[in-house]
Design a protein around this ligand. Structure first.
Ligand code: GLC
Length: 411
């Protein structure tokens, strides 16, 4: 899990036929906003005529992301690679006539970015899936075990294909909620994948057989308990391309959410929804570029760091260098006045605004000679040297951080 823990930022890509009409990925027919037949007509419009995997990969690398996750198949059952398990793929059933995944993974790997495969366990178009939504003929697995078994061989066959063809570094399963671990054979799936690639990481949507948690869309208010987690989040309100959705998050919002996630020990998986011709909407490109520029300047405080100090010592996000001798403080937006650090037992060697040559003095207030309690550290924030989005203070300590009062199993 080490590369995953150090990576902090991943880019999610929802590419699929839903971009043709700009409807909800798969859910639009599930929720009867569109009939299944009409949904599937979008196959004819999926051209990928402007697909430029090198452009995608370069945009992702420059954003600072260390991994990317792409939909190999969403709940609609349309594979974005040349599956031999049926004919429903971008290669065989769309004018794109091409495998979307391999060239993208090649372009990512050339740039040292890890490759993740999103795979939906649910397949609402497969005739043997209970809840086949073409005619909504649900059947109970217990009543027709042979039929369920046929589906199981099908989807597990696809997983093995993806594993053999693309050797994903990470698997991003989705839709596990419709069936139990036993029904999916989650343990077997995990073992098959790890037999092929012992280093593969699996997300947590495999009924208990994954490696990390996947909170969705909203940052949890308190620090998640699990050691490894990843917040997946859209740039506007939808995963796939929807021209009607212009509710873009601003770079400031994305960066502050990202910082909050990293401070709390997680990764951010930020989603892009390319158009059906393979181009990426300008607004999404802009957000990634701003994020990348911010990361270029502040990456030291983000990548390969440890989660920050517990709340109460500082009113804002923090991270620590791996050796815990540098504390990074994140200040959102434009600031004035001074900030306060409480319960820091260390001596501060230096405070600098990261990415600048501005060094800041500090004042220790209320230190009593006979008490073990350290004083309060006040740091004045100057006008100059601030970042328009999030300013980072680099606080160099005399030795690994020690907080007061000391808590068991804490810094
Ligand atoms: C949800 C949705 C799916 C989306 C996924 C991404 O599980 O079912 O449409 O792809 O979240 O996190």
């Amino acid at each position: 899990m080490q590369w995953f823990a150090d990576a902090k930022l991943g880019i999610f890509i929802h590419t699929g036929i839903y971009a043709v009409n700009g409807v909800d990925e798969s859910w639009s027919f599930y929720n009867k906003k569109i009939g299944h037949e009409d949904y599937m007509k979008q196959l004819k419009g999926f051209t990928m005529s402007n697909y430029d995997p090198d452009f995608w990969a370069e945009l992702i690398r420059k954003s600072g992301a260390r991994y990317a996750v792409i939909t190999t198949k969403h709940h609609d059952g349309v594979a974005l690679y040349d599956t031999r398990m049926n004919g429903l793929s971008s290669v065989k059933a769309t004018p794109a006539k091409r495998d979307v995944i391999q060239p993208f993974f090649d372009a990512l790997r050339k740039r040292g970015v890890k490759c993740g495969a999103y795979f939906s366990l649910i397949d609402w178009t497969h005739p043997d899936y209970p809840g086949f939504l073409k005619d909504r003929s649900k059947y109970k697995i217990a009543d027709d075990y042979a039929r369920w078994n046929a589906f199981r061989s099908f989807f597990q066959g696809q997983i093995m294909e993806i594993s053999a063809k693309f050797q994903p570094d990470l698997w991003w399963f989705d839709g596990d909620w419709e069936h139990s671990a036993e029904q999916w054979e989650a343990e077997k799936i995990r073992n098959l994948i790890l037999a092929d690639n012992p280093d593969a990481i699996l997300n947590g949507r495999l009924q208990g057989y994954g490696d990390y948690d996947t909170p969705e869309q909203n940052f949890p208010v308190t620090r998640p308990k699990s050691d490894w987690w990843e917040l997946c989040m859209t740039i506007n309100n939808n995963w796939g391309y929807q021209p009607a959705d212009t509710n873009w998050k601003t770079p400031y919002e994305i960066i502050t959410i990202f910082v909050d996630v990293v401070s709390n020990g997680g990764n951010l998986l930020l989603d892009l929804g390319p158009k059906a011709d393979g181009s990426i909407p300008e607004e999404q490109i802009q957000v990634l570029r701003e994020l990348g520029a911010w990361n270029d300047k502040h990456g030291e405080a983000i990548f390969n760091t440890l989660p920050g100090i517990r709340q109460g010592h500082f009113y804002g996000p923090t991270t620590l260098s791996k050796d815990s001798t540098t504390l990074y403080l994140f200040l959102h937006g434009k600031r004035s006045g001074s900030i306060l650090l409480k319960g820091l037992s260390n001596k501060i060697e230096d405070i600098a605004i990261l990415g600048t040559d501005v060094h800041l003095p500090h004042k220790v207030v209320g230190k009593i000679s006979w008490s073990e309690a350290p004083g309060l550290v006040y740091i004045d924030i100057p006008e100059h040297g601030q970042d328009p989005y999030v300013t980072v203070l680099k606080v160099r300590l005399d030795k690994p951080i020690r907080l007061y009062p000391r808590l068991k199993n804490a810094n």
